[in-house]
Design a protein around this ligand. Sequence first.
Ligand code: SAM
Length: 463
Amino acid sequence: MPHTNQNWQDQKFCREYAEQWDIDSSEVHYGWLSPGENILQLLTCLQSDNGKFDDIAVLDIGCGMGENLIALSCCGACCFGVDISTYMIEYAKKKVGKSEVLKKIELECHDMRDFKYYSGIQFDLVLSIYSMEYLQSLDEFRAMLANIFSRLKSGGRFVFCFSHPLQHSMHSRLHNISALSGDSQGATLIYSFRDVVEGLSSAGFEIERVIEQSTQNPSQLTKEEAMSFPYRFHKGKNPCQKKFDSFSNSAPHTVVYRARKPKERSKLRPIDLFAGLNAGVLRLWGQNRTVTDAQDIQVGSDMLPVYQLASKDNVVFIAPVLQKTCQTTSAKNQITVKLQSGVNRKINSSCLIGIVHKQLISMDYQPIYSSMDASSESNNPIYLVRVDPVYGKLRILYPSQEMGLLLFVNGEELLNGAVSADHYFPVKDDVIDLIYIATGWGTQWRPSEDIQQLKLFNESGGD
Ligand SMILES: C[S@@+](CC[C@H](N)C(=O)[O-])C[C@H]1O[C@@H](n2cnc3c(N)ncnc32)[C@H](O)[C@@H]1O
């Protein structure tokens, strides 16, 4: 069994801990001196409308005496706990036995670092309340984060807390780098914000909440005042020395994080939404859009599908031009594109515009690019202006209507005016779509007569 730097396998140490702390199991707690779930409301995102945790699967890592699992089970969650201490696990089992839990609580004695517990179960929520500071190194912490990420369902939450880094007298020597607080047996790992944020991000998490929680003058708390927190000391057992008050009053005591495993990215292609569609409602850009008609037009040797939308829609028609799945991101060579100004510009072949460019050229289309400022092209992003001969073809069909181009990656419009296509690097398996739209926005964009739009669908495509 790997070494741990505190005495959690020592029965006497654990008994003293249990005698000192009186933990309420009617709400989830976030450690000493911190308000509990009733105030922080970190788990409401997992509750159903009736306020219950209907059958969600919860893993509590370093569950101690089991109070959080009891609180969650009483609200309908299926609970699983691990702790390195046999004393704590036995204590938790007794406590669970005396509680009116709705669901069975599984408890097992494991070192959190062995990762063998409850294999095969995917969790909606993983909790680690003041337990990861007993890890030995940042590498162990990163390995924990990666394992927790893999054990969460997509969209699942990871809620954890430990001492705020500013609470440690060693802080000024840490230079924002996580480190053990000392060489002694009782040393805990102090995590810097940077290491937590980087660790979570590289494991794939999105950080949703960071709460810095302070409580004033903890040494002076009476038992009655302490009772306002779910994690409090037993009468006469306040462990706080007066000198600790100055730390507590000048810096938060606890830092609580809530992170989310992102939902699977949609591989839905906007183009797929139209497949086989002739008339009906489709959902695009978060809105219902009614397609009234669809027709293929000949462009070179290709048939290009063009979809007309209901006249009340701002988008008049949509024409998918390109669909491509990225195969590899390894090619880093430069390619040359010609800007409208006639200037040649080199771009990276694996950026979004580079990938789109290569694909369009292989389809015998002529992509035309603009530059924000031709005089300083090297610093400015380039935008795809139009794709010929598609543009020419559609222009004939819609002579008085301006057309726009939309670039999607994995069904989402990334560019949206903010990110340019040569600053964005798709990765393998990303799905890229390029779509022409004509909109009814602005008077000059509106055709004088509806006939112009209808023509496309009444005739065989025109020319
Ligand atoms: C301060 S207590 C917190 C207990 C509980 N999370 C709570 O908030 O009431 C820390 C817990 O982490 C457990 N722990 C420490 N190192 C561990 C490890 N390597 N694996 C599993 N549990 C560990 C200890 O046994 C102890 O129960």
